[in-house]
Design a protein around this ligand. Structure first.
Ligand SMILES: Cc1cc2nc3c(=O)[nH]c(=O)nc-3n(C[C@H](O)[C@H](O)[C@H](O)COP(=O)(O)OP(=O)(O)OC[C@H]3O[C@@H](n4cnc5c(N)ncnc54)[C@H](O)[C@@H]3O)c2cc1C
Length: 388
């Protein structure tokens, strides 16, 4: 198939600055040349991420790309969004890897950490020498993180952490974990080095979705960390939720990358595939599907671009992000399913991308606030009635 050229029905490229286009095109080319040739084997194996690419991802400046200083690229939020789009055009696992490192691990240290914590971790993390994971979800606390049971108890200068975190991206390959735990003063965040006694990570096997990504369960049995490992400015659930807002922003862009990959593949395939004496693309039902895909991608692009500009102006609100994450992931999943359908039997094998994206997007629909949870967040915002 021909190389991916992007999808731009409304000429939105004209609304982008040169450096925004450059960031996008650089990552697009890298994903095509370096990542896509590897993903099939990692998905066929039981859940592995191509760790050999980490130095190159760091070299491209993609860890904490919208943060400044500490070796970070300092991109604006539109360039950052476009980067997330291109990474997820490769695979949701690749975008997840960068999102977790940047939005869920570097961002809390950057925003809530001490100067010492920032100096110690951020240069290492932007260079990809230290990989982080974000431990919020628990076996019995997913959508409702207020039900969290992981405890941190203070004795003098030492905190004792005990509990279980589940569904943690990069858990077993991380050098540090950002662990959220209940204390006598409420929820607090801790930087926990994963080689501390009492810390164990076990990978979750048998996933149909996000197979090119490591997902783990974390067990903390009286893990001891000094007070200097607590994020001093993180108080209450507001802190982890603010990290999720950052990550969800990237997902709103990223999901479009998966949708564009599926649309592009379906369009090219349907032009070449002959059914009943003519190209599949010449059939009315095919065209209806392709028109749906292009229209929804275009609407999602407008939503994401406006969100990025608003974020750069410092006016972004969590409910705006909820709308974009909810909508863009939903349409991406619908597009992936329709693309898979158009590919017929070929659509079920991994020589084509559609089914891999489709299965990945089931996770993307669930994590970082499920589709339903974002519906309820928006519903409460509109009506003033809390239904969560
Ligand atoms: C591959 C993968 C990677 C992940 N990575 C991370 C990570 O790095 N760090 C981390 O902390 N977490 C991570 N997660 C966890 C993810 O954020 C949670 O799975 C998610 O928050 C949903 O929680 P849950 O699975 O417990 O589902 P539940 O909360 O049990 O939800 C089950 C269903 O109930 C619905 N529901 C929930 N509340 C309501 C309500 N009030 N009314 C109606 N319906 C409702 C939900 O929409 C959903 O359909 C990851 C998950 C996956 C699958």
């Amino acid at each position: 198939m021909a190389d991916f050229q992007g999808v731009d029905f409304l000429g939105l490229d004209e609304l982008l600055a040169d450096e925004e286009r450059l960031a996008r095109d650089t990552v697009r080319d890298w994903v095509s040349a370096e990542f896509l040739p590897l993903i099939q084997q990692h998905v066929r194996q039981d859940g592995s991420f191509p760790m050999e690419l980490v130095p190159a991802i760091a070299e491209l400046g993609l860890f904490g790309a919208n943060l400044s200083g500490y070796g970070c690229a300092g991109m604006n939020n539109v360039a950052y969004g476009l980067v997330m789009q291109e990474l997820e055009r490769g695979d949701s696992g690749l975008r997840s890897f960068a999102s977790v490192q940047g939005s869920l691990c570097m961002y809390p240290i950057y925003t809530y950490g001490s100067d010492e914590q920032k100096q110690q971790w951020l240069p290492e993390m932007s260079a990809g020498r230290a990989i982080g994971c974000f431990g919020l979800t628990e076996p019995d606390a997913g959508s409702h993180v207020g039900a969290m049971r992981t405890r941190a108890r203070r004795e003098g200068d030492i905190w004792h952490l005990s509990g279980t975190k589940r569904w943690i991206t990069n858990g077993s390959i991380a050098r540090l974990a950002i662990i959220w735990a209940v204390t006598d003063e409420g929820v607090r965040g801790f930087v926990v080095e994963t080689d501390r006694p009492g810390f164990e990570a076990r990978d979750i096997k048998g996933k149909f979705s996000l197979r090119g990504s490591v997902t783990s369960e974390l067990f903390l049995e009286d893990v001891q960390v000094p007070e200097s490992n607590r994020l001093p400015k993180a108080e209450g659930l507001r802190a982890p939720l603010s990290c999720l807002t950052q990550a969800r922003y990237g997902i709103a862009w990223g999901a479009m990358g998966a949708a564009m990959a599926c649309y592009d593949e379906a369009l090219q395939y349907s032009k070449e595939r002959i059914v009943q004496g003519g190209p599949l693309a010449s059939k009315q039902l095919t065209q209806e599907k392709l028109v749906f895909m292009l229209t929804e991608i275009t609407k999602a692009q407008l939503l994401a671009l406006r969100l990025g500009r608003v974020k750069d102006e410092g006016k972004l609100t969590p409910v705006m992000v909820s709308m974009a994450k909810r909508n863009n992931v939903d349409i991406a999943l619908q597009i992936a399913r329709q693309a898979r359908d158009l590919l017929g039997a070929n659509g079920i094998v991994d020589d084509y991308q559609a089914m891999r994206h489709m299965m990945n997007l089931e996770t993307v629909r669930t994590y970082e606030g499920t589709h339903d949870v974002h519906t309820l967040i928006l519903g409460e915002h509109i009506t003033g009635h809390r239904a969560l």
